[in-house]
Structures are given as structure tokens and as C-alpha cells.
Design a protein around this ligand. Structure first.
Ligand SMILES: [Zn+2]
Ligand SMILES: [Zn+2]
Length: 146
């Protein structure tokens, strides 16, 4: 069976990218940073390992967010081991098979939005749980003034 690949771009097309295989996780975040940087009520994203990602074009970065300097669209943020892709930057809508596993900063969720029934709900940042051991591991670093 061929591996699934998804393509995406910014609005002007100057930045193009491709992610192969399924993401490690899919999330929704209601935090201040995600609201401010997206200009929207929340941010929906999926995270792939870096080796699954290819891109072309020029990007600018502010903090842990990247964008196209021409059209201002959010584009994937490339970290040291992972890449965070905004779901809305993918070419096909609705996306197939990308359903959030978790929601962050739910205290900031708009009152007209419902909690996703199957998504793990976090008061603040995600705390990854090692399912075998049940231990908390490696919370994702994000600063958020209360
Ligand atoms: Zn652009
Ligand atoms: Zn956030």
C-alpha cells in the first residue's frame, strides 16, 4: 500500500510543502499565542516527524511560528525533530483522517465551541503520557502568561 502524502501551500503559492505518512498527533489549541498569531479563535495543527517533510520557498519566523513573507499565511514551523503544520494550509479540505486527539488551553475556548468528544482535554499545555508506564514525559514547552 503506498504511503499517504499530503501537500500544502501558503495562499500566494510561494511556499509549497509535502508531508508523507500519518502525523504523530493532531491538536487544537486555544492559547493566547495561537489566537494572536492565527488571528482566529483557535489553531488546528498536525505534527509530523521532520523526515516526513519537504518544502520549497522562503519563509519568515517569529517565535515558534512561520509565515510567508509575501502573503502572510502561516506555513509549517520546522523544529529540531518535528514540523508543525496548520491544518488549514493543506490543499485538500476537508482533510482526510486528521482529527484532533487533544485540545489545549480549554479555559480559553470560545463559549460557542464544544469540546471534541474524543479529544483529550488539557487545561494548559499538553503533558505527554507514556502509555506503557503511565508516566508523564516531556511536556511541550510553550510560554503563556495567565
Ligand atoms: Zn505566500
Ligand atoms: Zn497554542
Amino acid at each position: 500500500m503506498p504511503e499517504i502524502a499530503r501537500t500544502g501551500s501558503c495562499l500566494c503559492g510561494g511556499v509549497q510543502f509535502r508531508v508523507a505518512g500519518e502525523p504523530r498527533r493532531v491538536g487544537l489549541c486555544h492559547c493566547k499565542e495561537c489566537r494572536k498569531t492565527s488571528g482566529s479563535a483557535f489553531h488546528a495543527y498536525a505534527v509530523w516527524p521532520l523526515q516526513a517533510f519537504e518544502a520549497s520557498g522562503i519563509t519568515s519566523t517569529y517565535g515558534a511560528r512561520s509565515f510567508c513573507p509575501t502573503c502572510g499565511s502561516r506555513v509549517p514551523f520546522v523544529g529540531e525533530e518535528e514540523v508543525e503544520v496548520t491544518i488549514g494550509s493543506l490543499d485538500v479540505a476537508p482533510t482526510e483522517g486528521l482529527v484532533p486527539d487533544y485540545e489545549l488551553w480549554i479555559g480559553r475556548r470560545e463559549s460557542w465551541l464544544q469540546a471534541l468528544p474524543a479529544a483529550h482535554q488539557f487545561e494548559h499545555d499538553r503533558v505527554a503520557v507514556d502509555s506503557a508506564a503511565g508516566n508523564e514525559i516531556d511536556p511541550e514547552p510553550r510560554q503563556e502568561p495567565a
